[in-house]
Design a protein around this ligand. Structure first.
Ligand code: NAD
Ligand code: TDX
Length: 340
């Protein structure tokens, strides 16, 4: 049995990864460490409680003593770090917490890996560390060699974490890998991000706020394809290497919103154009050649199929997202564990 620490496992991608790994690998046990910030939803992991191959620990990755204690208690074969402040708009309002969790938290995890026999560490990063590409150059893509050129406090903090991770490899020999993925979508996506916000707002008959003119382009990947990519990197990725993960699924924001409305059988009348995000990145586009040639990975879910499945999931899981939008989800953990 291999034990993997999944930090941030109560969030969107982390929880999908936990379910993916437990389903795919009968010899894997997962320990989730999650602070349950506003973005962590304990309800997502509740079905796993009591299962022998799963343990949930509430804790902050910046809490050095608590992290070291957990590493003393368990013998981790690998750590996969999803824990982060992840919303660009929030990083514009309150950068500090992004620097604290996304950079200092990663330092704590790297120190814990070092202090416990150089545990394998995988850092989940983002294509946003490369900055953006112009809209009129569809021939340009981010490769692993593209220079880091960040735009927001969020992406700057993620770039800081990447550099620190690589520095621990070079200086201390900590066995690290990094994946830089494009925009994910799918089940359990917190409804402050574009796709789940638009789906749930449309279902509630609310307005759909598109920033600027809706021309910015994102490269969308179904979350399960991202989980599989990380799994492959854990199994066969070269230590000290960065892997770009993305699916050549570029869409403008307006195209995405219209596709959602179409799937819900609604017209465009609730779309409103609102003030643009400061520093708004124009276009992200990943070149995933290294993932394909070294690890045999390619996305399995087209955008059309993935979006249809995602809209269907939100239709069938009002019990998941309505408490998130109302704030009631914050009580789930308390109901289970009290104030612990
Ligand atoms: P999310 O915001 O949905 O989840 C983050 C999780 O981390 C939450 O459960 C939260 O409670 C937890 N957390 C936050 N601060 C913590 C702390 N100090 N200690 C412990 N836990 C803490 O994020 P997500 O969208 O699932 O993203 C996961 C990771 O993937 C992030 O590192 C993000 O940068 C990266 N990423 C996300 C996307 C995307 O499209 N969502 C794309 C590429 C990379
Ligand atoms: O209400 C909105 N209206 C709108 O037009 C929101 C929330 C977003 N947008 C636009 C901004 C972006 O161009 O939609 C696009 C996607 O926005 P987000 O969902 O906030 O994602 P993005 O800023 O692209 O960042 C995401 O992908 C990379 C994740 O949140 C990051 O964690 C990840 O690293």
């Amino acid at each position: 049995m291999k034990t993997i620490l999944v930090t941030g496992g109560a969030g969107f991608i982390g929880s999908n990864f936990v379910y993916y790994m437990l389903r795919t690998h009968p010899n894997v046990r997962i320990v989730v460490l999650d602070a349950l910030t506003y973005a962590g939803n304990f309800q997502t992991l509740e079905p796993l409680l009591g299962q022998a191959r799963f343990r949930f620990v509430r804790g902050d990755i910046t809490d050095r003593a608590a992290v070291m204690r957990l590493f003393d208690e368990e013998r981790f074969d690998a750590v996969v770090n999803f824990a982060a402040e992840s919303h660009v708009d929030r990083s514009i309002d309150t950068p500090e917490v992004f620097l604290k969790t996304n950079v200092l938290g990663v330092q704590v995890l790297l120190d814990a890996c070092r202090a416990h026999g150089n545990v394998r560490f995988h850092q989940v990063s983002t294509d946003e560390v490369y900055g953006d590409l112009p809209l009129d150059r569809p021939d340009l893509f981010f490769t692993e060699e593209t220079p880091l050129r960040t735009s927001s406090p969020y992406s700057a903090s993620k770039a800081g974490a990447d550099l620190l991770t690589l520095a621990y490899y070079r200086t201390f020999g900590t066995p690290v890998t990094i994946s830089r993925c494009s925009n994910n979508y799918g089940p359990y996506h917190f409804p402050e991000k574009l796709i789940p916000l638009m789906i749930t707002n449309a279902m509630e008959g609310k307005k759909l706020p598109v920033y600027g003119e809706g021309k910015n382009v994102r490269d969308w990947l179904f979350v399960k394809d991202h989980c599989r990519a990380i799994d492959l990197i854990l199994q066969g990725g070269r230590i000290g290497e960065v892997y770009n993960v993305g699916g050549h699924n570029e869409r403008s924001n307006l195209e995405v919103v219209r596709a959602i409305l179409h799937l819900l059988g609604k017209d465009d009348s609730d779309i409103i154009f609102v003030r643009d995000r400061p520093g708004h990145d124009l276009r992200y586009a990943i070149d995933p050649t290294k993932m394909r040639t070294e690890l045999g990975w390619k996305p399995e879910t087209t955008f059309e199929t993935g979006l249809r499945q995602t809209v269907a999931w939100y239709r069938e899981h009002r019990d998941w997202w309505e408490p998130v939008k109302s704030g009631a989800y914050l009580d789930y953990y308390k109901a289970h564990y009290g104030d612990a």
